[in-house]
Design a protein around this ligand. Structure first.
Ligand code: IDP
Length: 147
């Protein structure tokens, strides 16, 4: 089953949005496979955001994501990578539609509440960066036949 890496960023943790975000993914019908509150070491932040290392905002991005705890998760379900991106909304909260997580809770692009993998390759890479294989819990929910 498809999996994606989702992370409530430091602003989301500080603003008490962990429960709200978990709730949205649960209500949608996806299944939580792993989750942990953690501080991201600088080296991990630089690797996670490696594709942006030449961008002018890279330093700001790394210092923000390491500025406080994040809540890292793996969510599972049919089409979860693309659907999670729709649930998150556009990268810039000013352009994100109301009803999306960034549209409802974000104001500026540097503090946009949530991260989610943008492709199967990114999902595999990011899950492996943040979790061990043994952290991923496989189970079946009895409600799954109704989703
Ligand atoms: P995504 O998070 O929607 O996948 P990316 O383009 O991968 O967006 O950018 C990664 C993160 O970098 C964004 O979530 C945002 O927080 C931050 N970011 C993107 N553009 C800017 C910018 O122009 N200034 C500051 N931060 C930015």
């Amino acid at each position: 089953m498809e999996k994606t890496f989702i992370m409530v960023k430091p602003d989301g943790v500080q603003r008490n949005l962990v429960g709200e975000i978990v709730h949205r993914f649960e209500r949608k019908g996806f299944t939580l496979a792993a989750g942990k509150l953690m501080s991201i070491p600088k080296e991990l932040a630089e690797e996670h955001y490696g594709e942006h290392k030449d961008k002018p905002f890279f330093g700001e991005l790394v210092s923000f994501i390491t500025s406080g705890p994040v809540f890292a998760m793996v969510w599972e379900g049919e089409g979860v990578i693309g659907t999670a991106r729709k649930m998150m909304g556009a990268t810039n909260p000013a352009e994100a539609e109301p009803g999306t997580i960034r549209g409802d809770f974000g104001v500026q692009v540097s503090m946009n509440v949530i991260h989610g993998s943008d492709s199967p390759e990114s999902a595999n890479r990011e899950i492996a960066l943040f979790f061990n294989e043994s952290d991923l819990i496989q189970y079946k929910k009895s409600v799954s036949e109704w989703v």
